[in-house]
Design a protein around this ligand. Sequence first.
Ligand code: MOS
Length: 732
Amino acid sequence: MKFDTPATTNPIDQLKVVGQPLDRIDGALKTTGTAPYAYERHDVAPDAAYGYILGAAIAKGRIVAIDQARARAAPGVIAIVTAENAGKLGKGNFNTARLLAGPTVEHYHQAVALVVAETFEQARAAAQLLRVEYARTEGDFDLAGAKASTDKRTTDSNKTVGDFSDAFGKAEVKLDETYTTPDHSHAMMEPMASTAAWRGDKVVVWTSNQMIDWTRTDLASTLGIPKDNVRLVSPFIGGGFGAKLFLRADTLLAAVGARIARRPVKVALQRPLVANNTTHRPATIQRIRIGATRQGKITAIGHESWSGNLVGGKPENAVQQTQLLYAGEHRLTGTRLASLDLPEGNAMRAPGEAPGLMALEIAIDELAEKLGMDPVEFRVLNDTQVDPANPNRRFSQRRLIECLRTGAQRFEWAQRNAKPAQRREGRWWIGTGLAAAFRNNQVMKSGARVRLDGRGIVTVETDMTDIGTGSYTIIAQTAAEMMGVPIEKVVVRLGDSSFPVSAGSGGQWGANSATAGVYAACVKLREAVAQRAGLDASTASFADGMVRAGGRNVSLASVAGEGGLVVEDTMEFGDLTKQYQQSTFGAHFVEVAVDAYTAEVRVRRMLAVCAAGRILNPKSARSQVIGGMTMGVGAALMEELAVDKRQGFFVNHDLAGYEVPVHADIPHQEVIFLDETDPMSSPMKAKGVGELGICGVGAAVANAIYNATGVRVRDYPVTLDKLLGRMPSEAI
Ligand code: MOS
C-alpha cells in the first residue's frame, strides 16, 4: 500500500482498541523473567560454548603479535578467534570502524580476540592470558583542541538563509554564547548479546538488535555470505537507545566463533567493554548567536556545532532543530566535524536534537532574560507555522504554543519569580525552568504478514522490534481494531528476519511506521475475508469477530476455515514528508531545589506536554516520555563519559563510574498529551514520542538551576563543582 495522500476516515478512527491505555501484552513475560533474551537461548542452543571478547588496550596503532600459548593451554578453551583466523571479513554499511581489529587498531577496546570456552569463567580467565604486543601511535582525542585548529582537521557544512552576519550585526539585542555537551553512553540495561549457531552454510543468530534487516544485511556482507543464509532473531531487547541499531562485535564474533568452534557460541559484551567497544553520543561544542528586536522578534539565528568522529563517521547534527523551531529571517546553521580517534560516535536517543536543544534552549532563556521577557512569551512570539527556510512548506501539525501554554497553566508558571535566587525553603534554593521540545517525525517503509485461522485468531508477523517501547502491544491494538476482534484474539510475533521487513526501532519512527505496515496488511486481509465470504469489501464492517455486509453476518473463524487466510503487505510512504514538514513538539517544565551549602541539585517535579499526533497507547507512550525525561535529567546533572586525552578512551566505562538517574533522583513526573491526529503522517495519524521525551529536558533543568541560584552553567553536566564557588551569598 502506498501512502501518498492525507489519511481520511478509516477503521483505526473507531478507537475501540487503538488509543486505549492497555497494559503491555509482553508485560507478564518481562516481569516474571520468562521472556527469553538473546544470551538465554538455552532452549535453541543448549550446547552453546561461551565467548569472551578481549578489547584493544590502545586507541590507535597496530597489533604486532598475540602470544596465545598460555590461553590455548588454559582449561576449557575451545577456540581463539583473531583477525588471523577469522577469515576474510568485509565491512557492512553501518559501521565506521571494523568490528575486529588486526593488524590495525582504530579505537580503544576494539575487539582484538574472542576466546571460546566451555564456560564463561574459563573464557574470561583464558582471555586474561593472551599477551598482545602493540605498536601504539599518537592519536587525536581532544575535541576542544581539534576545534582550536579547525582549519587543519575539521570539515564544515553550512546552511544559510538570508544574510545572517549582517542581520546579527545590526540586531538591537543579541546573545553570543558557547555551550558544551559531553560524550554520552547509552547505558541500556542489557548489554549487546548474541547466540549464534550454524546449520551447514546457514547461520542463525539470536541477538538483541533494533534494526533486524540492517543488521542481517551487514552480517551477511561482513561474513561474505548471501543474505539468505543469515537469520536474525531478536524478540526481546533490554533497551537500545540507538546502541543496537547496527551490527556489533558480539553478533559478528559469535557467528565467526561458532564457525571455528563448530558448535553454537554465545557472546555478551561485558559491561566494561560497552562504552568503548560500541558507539556513543559524541560530545559537542555549540556556538549560538541570536539577534532580536527590542520587542523580542528574532531577526537572526545562528547555531554552529563542533563534534568529532573517526574518519568516515558523521557529525552530531546538533543544529537540526534550530533550522525549524523558531522564526527569524536570517539564519545560519552548520556542523563542523573533527577527526578524532575516540570510539565511534553515532546515534543515541534523539541524535541531533537531544544535545542541540540542551544548548539552544538555554540560549533562548538567556535572550529572553536580556529582553526582559517571560520565556514562555518569548517562545510564543517567535513561533513559526512554516519551515523558516521555505515558507511554502507548512508543518503538518504544530502546536508548540499550546504545549507551552498548557504546561505553564498546569505547572503554575505564573507564580514563578523571574528574578533568580529569590525562593528559599530551609537549606534549599528553589527554582523553575522550561524548555521547548522538538523532534522530527520520520517515516519508514514497513511490512507485515497477517494470518487469520479457523479459531478466529489473528497472528501478525513482522521483523519489527520491541526495545522496551511497547511495539507488541500497539501492533496488537492495530490488528484488533482493523479486524474487529478483541485484543486477546491477536498474537504478535516480532523480531525475526524470516518475517516481512519492517521499519525497525529507530529515530522514533517505529510506532507510527510499523503499525502503518500492519494497517496495510490488515486492509488486504479484510479484502480477502470479504471476497471469500462473498461480501462487498467496500461496505464490509468488522466487529465482534464477525464481518457484516448487505445484511449478512459471518464469523471470521468460519471464513478462515481449516486452511486459514494469510496476506502480506508493506506500507510505503510517498512524498507527504516533503510537502509538509513533519515534526513533534512539546514543552518541559522542571522545578529544582539546590542545596545552599553543597550545591547538590534535586529535581522536585517535572511536567511534559507533548503534541505528537495520535497517541496509540497512552500508557506505553507515557512510559516512553517519562523514560526520556529521566534520561534528560541524567544528561543535565550527571552523565558524562570522561575522556582520557592522552590514551584516548572513556575512563568511566561501567555503571559505577557512568552515573545515570535512579528512582530517588526522580520524585514526580507528569505527562500530558494534546489530543491530535496528523493525517499527513500515516493512516494511523500518529507520530513518534520515544525521543521527543528527552528533547529539551537538559536545558529545562539548567534553566531551573539558574532560576534557583542565579548561576548559569553552559557546560553539561551541571555538577555541583560548577555551581559551588558561584552560589548566592548565605544572607538571604
Ligand atoms: Mo535511535 S538513537 O535511532 O535508537
